[in-house]
Write a protein that binds this ligand. Structure first.
Ligand code: ATP
Ligand code: MG
Length: 438
């Protein structure tokens, strides 16, 4: 046991706190916090994220005086833990003992998706040892997370992204044309999502795709997935983006409206941002809306590269159930078509059908009235929002500024990420308890 050479009052006066993060099946990392009482639940999860970059941590535990584990999942529970800890510090002081750090046990769970059963063939350089050595005792600066994300962006945006630096881990999912892997980026020590698409195209077309993807470096919105770089190796392109530990919305069960509302606000803001750059998303659907345990919601897979979209379309043909009627019947695609897909996506999430609509129903959308959500089961603003987005006539659908001003969006436009964060964490924990131990 390591005792800290600090008197308790010294620690309290300086509001300094040492949190010892226990690493499962290994040692521990000590984190010195200089503003203990102001510490938020999220800050602790962020630091745990740095210590255990491969795990998705949704909560952590501490032990009370009887050795019982108490779970911390919110700022309220954080306060309770800190006040318990400070009372033990006082007691240790009264008894003339040295102060023990606050010991916490991260509760990690596997993100949605399967294991890498397909074992993508990659280079054979040995991966880094993942905290498998003896106990580490380290001090992480409290602002290190922000700094490292910025650094990562810089490293990656300099075109230094290449296959040798990437260790593929789990498969996050397969889509229409590609497979997304969770991957470890060795130089930055960060976890990424890498989408690998097989494309049999000429070198010329590869170059064109790479240059069309350039615009992604300029996308800077907290509602759009971070882009770190792309590269071709033989006949496959790898597109590296920010990893979202909550996965995509298609795997969540019916979402409570106060959570869904905040998600919708982020999606509308993300779309509005893209439209402001004259980018149409072209593939708005629940699997392209990602969430994380920080409560962020981000859009991915938008069509910045016409050549990439065309090349994928040539290889993998498909209609999807979220396409606007005018698109299915081959008419012009515009912002309004993205708005249709926004409406049908949120309808689908709430109806929790779990699978895409059959093609006959798609044809109905072209020929007949739009589907409507049952009134009574959902709030009036929500039903109105969906109905407006899914008007058959593209011009009757809300324009970007009307979307932002819609009562359903206005009602939830309060920047309360904690609501989404808590819901994601709970849902992941629930999934973990159903799956059993990782
Ligand atoms: P389509 O290919 O038709 O767009 P899709 O969106 O389901 O379908 P992919 O884009 O290949 O397919 O993504 C597969 C799965 O990978 C998604 O459903 C999502 O759950 C997961 N995923 C994609 N990007 C990320 C990411 N950045 N972070 C975490 N999970 C991701
Ligand atoms: Mg996708």
């Amino acid at each position: 046991m390591l005792w800290l050479p600090l008197g308790p009052f010294h620690a309290m006066e300086n509001q300094m706190l040492v949190i010892r993060i226990k690493i499962p099946n290994s040692g521990a990392v000590d984190w010195t916090v200089h503003s203990g009482p102001q510490l938020l639940f999220r800050d602790v999860l962020d630091v745990i994220g740095q210590v255990l970059p491969e795990a998705t941590t949704t909560a952590f535990e501490y032990e009370d005086e009887d050795g019982d584990r108490i779970t911390v999942r919110s700022d309220e529970e954080m306060k309770a833990m800190l006040s318990y800890y400070y009372s033990t510090v006082m007691e240790q002081q009264v008894n003339g003992q040295l102060i023990e750090p606050l010991l916490i046990f991260p509760r990690a769970c596997k993100p949605p998706g399967e294991r890498n059963i397909h074992g993508l063939k990659v280079n054979t350089r040995a991966g880094p040892s993942q905290h498998s050595g003896p106990a580490v005792s380290d001090s992480l600066p409290s602002n290190s997370l922000k700094k490292s994300s910025a650094e990562l962006k810089k490293i990656l945006a300099n075109g230094q992204m290449n296959e040798q630096d990437i260790r593929y881990r789990d498969t996050l999912g397969h889509g229409n044309g590609g497979t997304v892997y969770k991957a470890y980026h060795v130089p930055s020590g960060k976890i990424l999502a890498v989408k690998v698409i097989l494309l049999d195209i000429t070198l010329e077309l590869q170059k064109q795709i790479m240059s069309e993807l350039e615009i992604l470096y300029k996308c800077d919105s907290s509602y759009i997935i971070g882009f770190y770089g792309a590269f071709f190796v033989e006949n496959r392109i790898s597109i590296c983006t920010e990893f979202m530990d909550g996965g995509s919305l298609d795997v969540y069960r019916k979402i409570p409206e106060h959570v869904l509302g905040r998600i919708a606000v982020a999606v509308v803001k993300g779309l509005t941002y893209l439209w402001s750059l004259k980018i149409l998303h072209r593939d708005v659907k629940p699997s392209n809306m990602l969430v994380n345990t920080r409560g962020q919601v981000k859009l991915c897979d938008f069509g910045v590269s016409t050549q990439l979209v065309n090349s994928i379309a040539k290889t993998y043909v498909g209609t999807n159930a979220y396409m606007a009627p005018e698109r299915i019947s081959g008419e012009q695609y515009g912002i309004h078509s993205d708005v249709w897909s926004l409406g049908i996506s949120f309808m689908e999430i709430q109806k929790n059908q779990g699978s895409l609509m059959p093609l006959q129903l798609l044809q109905c959308i072209v020929d007949e009235d739009s589907p409507v959500l049952p009134v009574g089961e959902f709030s009036e603003p929500f039903v109105h929002f969906i109905t407006q987005c899914m008007r058959k006539q593209p011009k009757e659908r809300p324009a970007p500024e009307e979307l932002m001003g819609h009562p359903f969006i206005v009602q939830f436009n309060d920047g309360n990420a904690a609501v989404v964060s808590m819901w994601v964490c709970r849902a992941l924990e629930e999934r973990r308890s159903q799956q059993g131990p990782p």
